[in-house]
Design a binder for this molecule. Sequence first.
Ligand SMILES: Cc1ncc(COP(=O)(O)O)c(C=O)c1O
Length: 486
Amino acid sequence: MKIPFKSLIVFDKESSIPLYIQITNAIIKHIQSGILPTNTRLPGTRELAELIEVHRKTVIAAYDELLSQNWVETVPQKGTFVATKLPTIKPTILAENSSKEDWNTRVKTRINDNSVIYQPPHIQHKLAFNDGLPDVRLAPREELARLYAHYIRYADPLSLGYTNPQGDIRFRTLFAKYLNETRGIQAATNQLITTRGSQMGIYLAGLTILQKGDTAIVGELSYRAANLTFKQLRADLVTIPVDEEGLQVDAIEEICQHKKVKLIYVTSHHYHPTTVTLKPERRLKLLALAEKYQFFIIEDDYDYAYHYANTPILPLASADRYGWVIYVGSFSKQIAPAFRVGYVVAHEAIIEEMTKLRRIIDRQNDSILEYCLADMLENGDLKRYATKAMKVYRERRDFTSSLLKEALGDKIDFKVPDGGMAIWAKFAADIQLLTLSEKVAKNGLYLANGQNYKAENPTLNACRMGFASMNQQETEDAVRILKKAI
Ligand SMILES: Cc1ncc(COP(=O)(O)O)c(C=O)c1O
């Protein structure tokens, strides 16, 4: 088959990239894609020059470049052929007058540096004292799979097109009702937006409220990804202490007296990372301060679904009369983190702005997932599942707590949490958490190395130990590995 070189070698005479490099790159691209296989004879330089209407010297320069990079070889008296042994394929394409190094440096200096928000990738282990993740084996997977398949097969074609970036209206209606029944939050559908998860909710809320240099208050310690979000939005982060009763709200007033505070981030229900609950008097004080100093509160209620005491404290959002609370949550802990549906409840003006922003970040949520969730809200499956999971996790909390106390004695100190999915464990001074975490990882167990909070508190030797994702046998194995390593 005759190869159509004229149409294969496309270049732009107006480009600042030299012609011979454009021709070289085009030929490399076709060798890589297999259009020009090994041993293909390339046209002679005169022939190609005429064919693509460039000076012969340009083609000679291109062939020389290909030769020097080992993409082609010349056989005396016969011509130029695609090399039998191709060079290792690197994603680098030559650019104008530059070596590869120059090119990399130039790219790097022209993009934004986001090293401040770098977080190491999540490590998955079968056995894990993680940050507090659910056991996805318990999730209603069959039910979800059935509903998802149903919607893909039979949904009205219109409902599989672009929909409302604020979220499916049926889901929002049913979910608003659910929030009211389970958490005392009163929200109309225009006060609710769906997101991919709490993280997106925190980001959208920050983006809506914060401007460069604005003061945002967080606890010391606090959820690291939220801190990074506010830093990325160029806020000025101010920390206040967190004790056994949650955020020390009195410290907020002191700050408000000499700074214009724009935002406070709280994980009121189970403080992240230390798991304590913000006490009722402090909640009321916080709401009153928000009204007095006109700041917003992002209430991240990431694992409200799991409270083991009889009467859970209702979210701040349920008592907010003035619209200062931006309530954020998701189904990551309630079902599974891979299941990306989250939500934000706030004043409709905030939701309206968030919807505009969400629309340019991500056109809309996975609407099929929202249809499935709407069904599960309507038929009560979601509530039934939450009740079942809560029972299992309460047992796991108790089992893990007593096993850790029994096996590790004075090497570990913690208070059994009232809810959530993790224990905040402080290790004895003679245990190096960093070393311990590396040691247990070699035996297949994940344990956080405590580095997340070192910047705020260098002497801290503590980490979260999730108890929900492992069954009893796995917890026993995990504790055995931990004990041996200690
Ligand atoms: C306190 C807290 N907030 C937010 C998130 C983000 O979760 P997602 O975006 O999956 O809802 C997490 C995840 O672990 C979390 O622990």
